[in-house]
Design a protein around this ligand. Structure first.
Ligand code: NI
Length: 182
């Protein structure tokens, strides 16, 4: 199949994200944070390989940059200057609003993602697929159950954007039951 997303666009976003997340580690693991970023981009590219998702470069760049507003010093204006308005708006929708109570942050982000192109929806599906591995050892049973319930809401809100990733997320949600004590 013909490559329909830009490898140079990928590299630019990957290097920007690697620089922005430098020094950060994955929660509870001795691995760089970019391990997560790479796995989210991989899921998105797997979907782009077999499904038709409009604006594939937007999907790839938002995947690589999806945590820079939430977790680093990078600003919206910087993203807009470096990667354009669509990427900046997508990453903003993928970021929790810290001014809201924690309990409302995910529903708010999902509502904002739904107003974005489907390329942005796909990134959120990929992000949760990547995050539904073994939960960090310090998480309480209630937190683990809540994380699984949140994943069900993500699936419900965004599944239409990518049947492939929706199926994959559903499988991960089912498997995550193993970590949820009754
Ligand atoms: Ni993430």
């Amino acid at each position: 199949m013909k490559t329909h997303w830009s490898q140079d666009g990928y590299l630019r976003a990957w290097l920007f994200a690697a620089h922005a997340h430098r020094g950060q580690a994955l929660s509870g693991m001795d691995l760089p944070y970019t391990t997560h970023i790479g796995s989210v981009a991989m899921e998105v590219i797997a979907a782009l390989t077999i499904e038709t998702i409009p604006t594939p470069d937007l999907a790839v760049q938002c995947a690589l940059l999806h945590d820079v507003l939430e977790d680093t010093a990078v600003t919206y204006d910087q993203l807009q200057t470096e990667f354009g308005a669509a990427v900046a708006a997508g990453v903003l929708a993928l970021s929790k609003d810290p001014n809201l109570p924690t309990s409302r942050q995910m529903a708010d982000s999902l509502a904002r993602i739904q107003r974005q192109p489907s390329a942005v929806w796909v990134v959120k599906l990929a992000d949760r697929i990547s995050n539904l591995q073994s939960p960090p050892a310090h998480w309480s049973p209630a937190k683990i159950r809540g994380y699984r319930e949140e994943a069900l809401k993500i699936h419900q809100a965004l599944h239409l954007a990518s049947p492939l990733l929706a199926d994959r997320l559903a499988t991960k949600i089912e498997a995550y039951r193993a970590f949820c004590p009754e």
